[in-house]
Design a protein around this ligand. Structure first.
Ligand SMILES: Cc1cc2nc3c(=O)[nH]c(=O)nc-3n(C[C@H](O)[C@H](O)[C@H](O)COP(=O)(O)OP(=O)(O)OC[C@H]3O[C@@H](n4cnc5c(N)ncnc54)[C@H](O)[C@@H]3O)c2cc1C
Length: 430
């Protein structure tokens, strides 16, 4: 039963807020979650449709011992991807390739990885770091699409120290840093063989949000339609509670700068990127006969254009990744657009976005059949830009905030759910 005066108030009931609320309850604290909307989950929702499940944001989560522990406490079984669908492709020379480098480019990369000091230089962008440490080919054909697929960012605007610093701590070549990073994680509980990689749940990622919400609502309290804009006002009702802000980056800054002068200077400095995701159901697969996880489209460093004029950043092959994602005979492909270089797409109408999807698909698969349905999700400021300003903001969060106010979210330790989860466990001493 929840105490009337909570020990811990959490603002925002997305993945971050619900995980922190759950871990707090596990420690025996009483918890109150305040959520602006009339539902929990934030960006994430798994929508059941006539043809199959649609994910509005994350479609999978990288497995880790923290996720195994959380799922088991919630009574959820992890869903592992089909073994023959793990192949990731990069579009290069008009083909879906697993390794888009030629022999000379591989040798150049191997030489760099063995010899070039890899610790990011303060102020170095990911683009400059990639050019210095990996070489041009690896940078443009692998690093750009890979990071573009996760952060949807411009490598010039992203801070290497912030994004890569935790993996590359010493000024030694890449392989030595990776070995040191792997050693530093040896203390952590190991995953059983075959349980690594991207996972989900039978009903989609929304299942874990639903289970977290149910647990937090039954052992603590969640109040919906509560838009919190001031910590000072909250303090009037709850003078002693610990407060965790778990909203998106722009709201977090809005709340903090009203309270702490140190954050006023960040106004207009912390950029976010829009993302558009379109799940397309149809009777044929773009892979025509092959199977796979997804494909990424490398973008030109300056113009953000890609081969054949494909506008998508990537496509996920949902029904190949996880079985049971669609009705029989139906294929589900999620096209991801937006991010740096293509903010404009978020202001297009749904019909225009669907036409863009169909144009892209036609270029890749001219003989493709007509679609059965599309499900469009537009996120105007979904992803934070992992630039030097956000790096400085994070350091100020650690320096300025009193111990009873914490700030958590996908702008602290990485955008992915695994990073949010790992940090939440660490913050809670687990
Ligand atoms: C298209 C897309 C695909 C993605 N794919 C993946 C993937 O495959 N794997 C992966 O690991 N990650 C993925 N991500 C990233 C991941 O989904 C997000 O980083 C994560 O869901 C963010 O969760 P959050 O709780 O920090 O923020 P949010 O989900 O934004 O939740 C914040 C919550 O705070 C509430 N709130 C906001 N302001 C207030 C206020 N003033 N008062 C009270 N409440 C407030 C909001 O309503 C919301 O419920 C993807 C993201 C996108 C957009």
């Amino acid at each position: 039963m929840a105490k009337s005066v909570p020990d811990h108030i959490i603002i925002g009931a997305g993945f971050t807020g619900l995980v922190h609320a759950f871990l707090s309850l596990e420690k025996g604290e009483s918890v109150l979650v305040l959520e602006k909307r009339d539902r929990a989950g934030g960006l994430i929702r798994s929508v059941p449709t006539e043809y199959g499940i649609v994910e509005t944001a994350a479609n999978g989560i990288l497995n880790c011992w923290e996720l195994e522990a959380l799922s088991s406490k919630l009574g959820l079984d992890l869903l592992f991807p089909d073994a023959n669908a793990k192949k990731r492709y990069i579009f290069s020379d008009r083909k879906f390739k697993r390794l888009p480098l030629n022999v000379f480019e591989i040798i150049r990369f191997a030489f760099s990885a063995l010899t070039v000091p890899s610790k990011p230089i303060p102020g170095e962008s990911i683009y400059s770091w990639g050019k210095r440490v990996l070489g041009d080919a690896f940078l443009s054909k692998i690093l750009e699409p890979a990071l573009g697929g996760i952060y949807a960012g411009d490598l010039d605007a992203m801070s290497a120290e912030f994004v890569l610093g935790k993996f590359l701590r010493e000024d030694v070549p890449l392989w030595k840093n990776f070995r040191a990073y792997a050693n530093s994680r040896k203390e952590k509980p190991k995953l059983q063989p075959g349980r690594r990689g991207t996972v989900s749940f039978r009903g989609g990622i929304g299942s874990i949000l639903g289970a977290l919400e149910a647990r937090v609502a039954s052992q603590g309290k969640i109040k919906y339609k509560q838009e919190i804009l001031s910590i000072k006002d909250l303090r009037k009702s709850y003078p002693k509670a610990k407060i965790t802000l778990a909203t998106n980056l722009s709201t977090t800054l809005k709340i903090l700068k009203a309270e702490f002068k140190e954050f006023k200077g960040y106004q207009g400095m912390l950029d976010t990127l829009p993302v558009v995701s379109v799940t397309r159901f149809g009777k044929d697969s773009i892979l025509s006969g092959k199977k796979g996880f997804g494909v990424l489209f490398p973008k030109d460093h300056k113009s953000f254009s890609s081969e054949l004029g494909i506008r998508a950043r990537g496509i996920l092959f949902n029904d190949f990744i996880f079985s049971g994602r669609t009705s029989d005979g139906i294929h589900s492909e999620t096209f991801i657009y937006g991010g740096a270089g293509d903010r404009e797409i978020a202001s297009r109408s749904e019909d225009e976005i669907i036409s863009i999807v169909e144009e892209d698909r036609k270029k890749l698969f001219p003989e493709g059949e007509i679609p059965l349905n599309h499900y469009v999700t537009v996120w105007k400021d979904a992803l934070p830009v992992y630039g030097p300003q956000l790096f400085a903001f994070n350091r100020d969060l650690d320096r300025v905030l009193p111990p009873d106010i914490r700030v958590e979210g996908n702008f602290r330790n990485g955008i992915g759910l695994k990073s949010i989860l790992e940090r939440a466990f660490e913050q809670n001493g687990l």
